[in-house]
Design a protein around this ligand. Structure first.
Ligand SMILES: *Cc1c(COP(=O)(O)O)cnc(C)c1O
Length: 403
């Protein structure tokens, strides 16, 4: 149905159920809205996500509880700051930090956290960021070379520059009166010589705040409080990855004075670097519900389910000659059973690229990860029940054609 027709139809519906101010909609109208397949109307391809939590694939599917919270809280107004205060207290209690605030993802948590470090509670400085020169604000962030994988743009957006180091000695030498922050990237922690604990100790010794990016690092659920407990002053995580909160939400957790300062750069305040990083009540409450539900969740049961799905896919294809399947679990980030499929193209005559294309164009459309010439990988944690069977069937078909 065209949107115009839908609106026309809505206009002739009986008034029963239409509430105050015409904002609420009747059951009948709800039904009409629910029947619309907007992806189809728009001509947008949807697919089974056998790849993982990727921003370009729209991340994750929100938990049902989150969707319900968004729907129900969209019906009333509240004050944005009041909501961030109350939700922040609840979240801080869950993650064992002094304070917390819902941001528009991990990336904005980092920008806002650093903005708070730079400005403190000085609103004049808040408005000056990212033009730091001549303001008296600090302007350098120290990071280990191995931790520099692109996300540091979140920090340089504040006007700070990154200073790269490798050893504790180099950190000590790099620290000067411009040093604002010591930044650590958990997913790359095996690529640096300095450990988490040493990083925190360096910060404390020189009285410089430490921040850690743990964007994709639950599960395990304990990572939600591990780094707060360890003494990082600021901890940043995505809400729309394994937690399956709103894709446009994340958390900034940490010291109360720093979170208070970061909030000066956040909406509703304008003339700030963070005015465009808005989260409204729906994302704020959605994030809280996602977190609350996530910590109470049966994670062992999830793990079993993911493994079961991986086994279903593996079993369907592992007898093709020249093809091997192996389940690996990443040590850092996206910790979930990941099925790697590799083959000898002399025996299985298809490239990863062609296979990816065929799966994409097939029915149902499926997205996997292409790891090279004849190597793909898949995760099952973003799948919906039963989709693993479809993935198994489609892969089997494709490999059958190629042998
Ligand atoms: C995903 C990711 C981010 C960005 O997180 P958003 O919630 O999408 O803003 C930052 N750092 C790392 C390591 C990530 O994996």
């Amino acid at each position: 149905m065209q949107r115009r027709d839908l609106l026309k139809n809505l206009g002739v519906l009986p008034l029963a159920g239409v509430a105050v101010g015409g904002i609420d909609i009747s059951e009948k109208e709800k039904e009409l809205v629910a029947k619309r397949n907007l992806f189809e109307e728009l001509g947008v391809r949807t697919f089974i996500n056998a790849a993982g939590t990727y921003t370009f694939m729209t991340g994750s599917l929100m938990q049902e509880e989150v969707v319900e919270a968004i729907r129900s809280t969209s019906k009333e107004f509240c004050l944005l700051d009041d909501l961030q205060d109350k939700v922040g207290e609840k979240i801080a209690a869950i993650v064992k930090s002094e304070s917390a605030v819902v941001t528009a993802g991990c990336f904005s948590a980092m920008t806002l956290g650093l903005a708070g470090v730079l400005s403190g509670m000085d609103t004049k400085k808040v408005a000056q960021i990212p033009h730091l020169e001549g303001t008296g604000m600090k302007s350098e962030v120290i990071v280990q070379k191995g931790h520099n994988v692109g996300y540091s743009q979140a920090l340089t957006n504040t006007g700070c520059k990154m200073v790269f180091v490798e050893t504790i000695d180099e950190v000590e030498k790099a620290i000067n009166d411009k040093t604002a922050l010591l930044w650590f990237l958990n997913i790359q922690s095996d690529q640096g010589k300095i450990t988490h604990e040493e990083w925190v100790a360096l910060g404390k010794k020189h009285n410089i705040p430490t921040m850690i990016d743990i964007a994709a690092d639950v599960p395990p659920v304990s990572n939600l409080w591990k780094f707060n407990d360890m003494g990082f002053d600021l901890v940043c995580i995505s809400g729309g990855k394994a937690m399956r909160g709103p894709q446009s939400a994340g958390l900034l957790m940490g010291k109360k004075n720093l979170i208070d300062a970061a909030r000066l750069s956040m909406p509703p305040r304008g003339s700030t670097i963070g005015r465009g990083m808005k989260v409204n009540k729906e994302e704020i409450i959605g994030m809280y519900v996602a977190l609350d539900h996530y910590v109470k969740h049966d994670h062992a049961a999830d793990w079993k389910m993911w493994e079961g799905r991986v086994a279903t896919i593996s079993k369907a294809i592992n007898s093709f000659p020249g093809l091997t399947t192996e389940t690996r679990v990443p040590k850092l980030g996206n910790i979930t059973p990941t099925l790697h499929v590799e083959w000898d193209q002399a025996k299985v005559k298809i490239s990863s690229k062609q296979l990816q294309e065929n799966l994409r164009k097939g029915n149902p459309s499926i997205e996997i990860v292409n790891n090279g010439e004849s190597h793909i990988s898949m995760t099952t944690w973003m799948m919906q029940a039963g989709e693993e069977t479809k993935v198994a069937q489609r892969l089997k078909e494709e490999f059958q054609k190629a042998v």
